[in-house]
Write a protein that binds this ligand. Structure first.
Ligand code: ADP
Length: 292
């Protein structure tokens, strides 16, 4: 029985959404996610994508991902999987969303993607932050509303991750001093721009090309922030074509000097990587802070 392989809370979420239990046609567990278990579930009444994990320290993680997907989807600029439901049961957390089938990249994909991200970034708010705190990977991300991007970036992005790195012995007092000196310079470095609705974790593993050749984004860590955060993150591990950036620039040009600021933006995802994964990410962090 296929149904018996599927975690019961996942079936329950689908039942609650449809109002009945659909005939299950297939259940395929997926690799590729950095943190969670995941599976595609095909049913006679629609296809679903589910993720699950142990709950420890991740209370609210998937309900916030669901909230973020809804926020991005309601902007209406770029395809985002529709959220179906989230649950926390017996020490585990579960998320179910619409399954999006992937297709082949066609000419024009990158241009559409760049333009759509620019249009998404035009969705603004009167402050930096978000109405909910959420998660970056499996680490908590605070989104307390702030009037200043630089204050928000220091207080709710860099400082908390640097503290985790120091507490676990991955960063020392020399690095901390360099960050403290950097903080005093950031006001002169970042342009004064309006907050943008961000995906918040825009690396090459968090977008796909749909069957009709359009981009879809998923696995977000949404907030209103400086739009260079998304663009910088997209460059950190590569995988985005130059046409993406050209189209973005045409639709919503960046202030001059963005290349230098991208490195500063990427201190956040790099510190997150220091805290979540093995590897030499701390060297990249040190390299950037030493340059400013
Ligand atoms: P994690 O939170 O563990 O990083 P992701 O949300 O990034 O997991 O999903 C892992 C992989 O599953 C993605 O790289 C993508 O290929 C696929 N995927 C994610 N969401 C969907 C979806 N809604 N429909 C189909 N495939 C998806």
């Amino acid at each position: 029985m296929i149904d018996q392989k599927i975690p019961a809370p996942v079936l329950e979420i689908i039942h609650n959404y449809l109002g009945f239990s659909p005939e299950i046609l297939s259940f395929e567990e997926k690799g590729g996610g950095s943190i969670n278990s995941a599976a595609s579930i095909r049913t006679a009444s629609g296809n679903f994508f589910a993720k699950w994990n142990t709950l420890q320290g991740r209370e609210g993680m998937f309900s916030e991902e669901l909230y973020g997907l809804e926020k991005l989807g309601s902007a209406g600029e770029i395809r985002v999987p529709k959220g179906i439901g989230a649950a926390e049961k017996e020490g585990r957390c579960f998320l179910v969303m619409e399954h999006i089938d992937s297709g082949d990249f066609e000419i024009g994909f990158w241009e559409i993607f760049g333009r759509k991200m620019a249009l998404l970034h035009k969705h603004s708010h009167n402050q930096f932050g978000f109405e909910h705190d959420n998660f970056i990977g499996s680490l908590p991300q605070k989104n307390t509303f702030s009037d200043s991007w630089v204050d928000f970036f220091i207080k709710y992005r860099l400082e908390p991750q640097l503290k985790i790195a120091v507490d676990s012995g991955k960063a020392d007092s020399i690095v901390v001093k360099k960050f403290e000196s950097l903080y005093t310079k950031l006001d002169d470095i970042f342009p004064k721009e309006k907050p943008s609705l961000l995906h918040g974790d825009l690396w090459g593993g968090n977008f796909m090309c749909t069957l009709d050749g359009n981009p879809a984004i998923f696995d977000p860590a949404v907030y209103y922030g400086n739009r260079e955060m998304d663009l910088a993150m997209s460059r950190l591990f590569g995988g985005f074509d130059p046409e993406f950036y050209d189209a973005y620039q045409e639709e919503f040009p960046l202030e001059p000097g963005f290349e230098k600021r991208f490195d500063l933006c990427n201190l956040y995802p790099l510190l997150v990587h220091v805290n979540l994964f093995p590897g030499s990410y701390i060297q990249s962090v040190k390299h950037i802070v030493s340059r400013f």
